[in-house]
Design a protein. Sequence first.
Length: 252
Amino acid sequence: MPYIDLNSDVGESFGNWTMGDDAAVFRHVSSANVACGFHAGDPTTIARTCRDAVGAGVTIGAHVGYRDLAGFGRRFLDCSPTELADDVVYQLGALEGLARVAGSQIKYVKPHGALYNTIVHHEAHAQAVVDAVHSYNPDLPLLLLPGAVALRKAEERGLRTVREAFADRAYNPDGTLVSRREPGAVLHDNAVMVENMVRLATEGKIVARDGSVLDVKADSICVHGDTPGAVAMAGAVREGLEAAGVTVRSFV
């Protein structure tokens, strides 16, 4: 029976500002990309998210990003590779401590937002992220977009890589994600998302926004926790996958 991981970005509330319903999302996903405080998340939010993930039996991953709270980590930061690598290690250490207190540990790393998209093509920042993860724990897998420069660099460095697809995002014909600055970048029709993700899991194909069909090998599907209706979306995608005979389980 085929299987695939279902992940979500969580722990992104900050102080009195609430983002998503993480505890509800955990009923449907198998992996949690927990914010580490640089793009979102305060210590209390992160700690609670880790406890909830442990209670739900969901795998914890580190959602590292640029140091950009005001921009929610969705703006490119023109920092040096050394600064970026140090920032990534700092975030890993912070989340590791809170995860351990909750009775778990970091099991993988997924870059967030602008950092995730930048290291699809940015050689220096891709290398910095790979070097940081390898220096912290070379056994940690990196969750990345298929075709990313960072994916190649991680494999060359000996890190395990996991390829990711997105349920709620539109794709360009080259396999990259449509920029959030463009209309139609975020999908909202659960039926369309379910159809796309079942096709991905069973046939290895995704339909781009121009109608072209992309060959995509992915081991994990992301449903963004900050997308409106995220809980219903995650539930619909999981239900659709399981109805198609696909088991949802963590890749670690």
